[in-house]
Design a protein around this ligand. Structure first.
Ligand SMILES: Nc1nc2c(ncn2[C@@H]2O[C@H](COP(=O)(O)OP(=O)(O)OP(=O)(O)O)[C@@H](O)[C@H]2O)c(=O)[nH]1
Ligand SMILES: [Mg+2]
Length: 435
């Protein structure tokens, strides 16, 4: 089930009309339900949906002539202020439709871009979305929606350009303005990337395993992240935002978790995927999903209660490939089992059926994650001279210490350590107990 927003005051939402072309795609109904949820995520309220069965879009107008007239009448009857199409439209289809319906026409790509532009938080995400939006606007300078998108997201370009009927000279001027802005944003991004890169390198130096929650939007990634932070996070760790809305998360958050046996890992919550992700946004995803691309383990979260979970998993796989995430070890977490009749928690190999709010489910998930990432541990005994107190405190902080004895020669510590730490402290080794 896709939800469309929690208790929003409809009067503050823009009335829109959704349109879609049913070309016989087997998941068409789901795609339309998702378009509605995306519209709501962009502060819109869907007053009507009109679909047409056609093998392919009409080149000039998307819908056939009769249907376009029906659409115009429906816009008048319902007071819809925008028409939102389920597919990516050509610039001329948008212009021709706008001429008839006399309200701005937006396509699925424009809608996703607008949501991202409104939600992006970090400077890097904002710049990536701005870049994607400028690239999308470039060939669509003639459309009314372009102007609206611009006003809505308050781009630095300011309003003013793109009026229908604007002269060619004006359009050319605007094109050059956009090109300059694209260059500027690209330049800014390089600087931001540098500082993000420094932070990443710092994290890498800590040598902690990196686990990333990934998957389709609204699957419950952030909810699972918060349950894990609640139980295993550091004291000052903030929770991440959970919302019953598509694209609640647009930036990656990384938190450190520590378990009772002192083992630690880094957990990242990432932006959710959606079908028909605009190609201009793939770049933006690439940089925000750096954490996923460099993870030791991917935890794919799937809404088990959705009839469309197979498609969502296929889209997730496809998007991971598109953004260049390599084939990493992955477990699959079928979430929201509480909304189904299936017993949970349960596990079959690398697949779990859980509910994020259920304690036993989180325990099972933690067990599987630990089993996957803490594989290179050895139990060893080190005799550390008293002068090397920092080594003992390091072991206390980073390893599961099983036994400590104060001997005449120094502190003797038996601990479970990573193979990296094992080699680091090999000089103090007394006895390696087992693998
Ligand atoms: N019933 C039920 N609801 C859940 C469960 N897990 C998450 N939810 C709800 O599903 C909605 C989406 O959860 P999020 O954690 O924001 O989903 P997300 O995968 O982070 O979504 P994006 O950030 O948009 O990619 C919220 O309303 C959650 O409360 C679950 O196990 N059972
Ligand atoms: Mg989220």
């Amino acid at each position: 089930m896709i939800k469309d927003g929690d208790n929003m005051d409809q009067s503050e939402l823009v009335p829109v009309l959704n349109i879609g072309l049913n070309t016989g795609r087997y998941n068409f109904d789901y795609a339309m339900a998702e378009l509605k949820a995306l519209s709501v995520a962009n502060n819109m309220h869907v007053v009507e949906t009109i679909v047409q069965n056609l093998n392919q879009p009409v080149a000039g107008t998307y819908f056939g002539t009769g249907k376009v007239e029906e659409l115009r009448d429906a816009v008048i009857d319902t007071g819809a202020e925008i028409v939102v199409a389920n597919d990516e439209l050509t610039p001329s289809q948008i212009r021709n439709l706008e001429k008839v319906v006399e309200v701005p026409v937006m396509d699925r790509t424009g809608l996703i871009l607008a949501i991202f532009a409104n939600r992006a938080q970090s400077r890097e995400a904002k710049l990536q979305v701005e870049l994607a939006k400028l690239q999308y606007q470039m060939p669509r300078l003639h459309t009314a929606m372009n102007q609206r998108l611009d006003q809505q997201t308050g781009t630095s370009a300011g309003g003013g350009f793109t009026n229908r009927g604007a002269g060619e000279a004006q359009v050319e001027l605007n094109r050059r303005t956009i090109q300059r802005q694209i260059n500027h944003v690209r330049h800014e991004l390089k600087n931001v990337n540098k500082s993000a890169e420094v932070k990443r390198q710092q994290r890498e130096r800590v040598h902690l395993p990196n686990v990333a929650l990934i998957g389709y939007t609204n699957a419950g990634k952030s909810t699972i992240m918060n349950e894990l932070i609640k139980r295993f996070g550091m004291n000052d760790d903030k929770q991440v935002m959970v919302k019953n809305m598509l694209f609640a998360t647009l930036d990656t958050s990384v938190r450190q978790l520590q378990f009772a046996d002192a083992k630690k890992l880094l957990l990242s919550d990432t932006v959710g995927f959606v079908s028909q992700l605009p190609t201009t946004l793939v770049e933006a995803f690439k940089s925000t999903l750096y954490e996923a691309a460099n993870a030791d383990l991917l935890v794919q979260v799937v809404d088990y209660s959705s009839d469309n979970k197979a498609d969502m998993m296929a889209t997730t796989r496809k998007t991971l490939t598109e953004i260049g995430v390599p084939d990493l070890p992955m477990i699959t977490v079928y979430n929201k089992a509480d909304l189904t009749d299936t017993d949970f928690p349960s596990r079959a190999g690398d697949e779990l059926i859980v509910s994020a709010k259920d304690e036993a489910s989180i325990d099972m998930l933690v067990d599987v994650i630990k089993e996957k990432v803490f594989t290179n541990y050895v139990t060893a005994t080190f005799l550390v001279p008293f002068a090397k107190g920092d080594v003992v405190s390091y072991l206390n902080d980073h390893a599961s210490v099983l036994k400590t004895d104060y001997l005449a020669e120094g502190t003797q510590v038996t601990a479970e350590v990573t193979t990296i730490d094992f080699h680091r402290f090999e000089q103090y080794l007394v006895d390696e107990v087992k693998d």
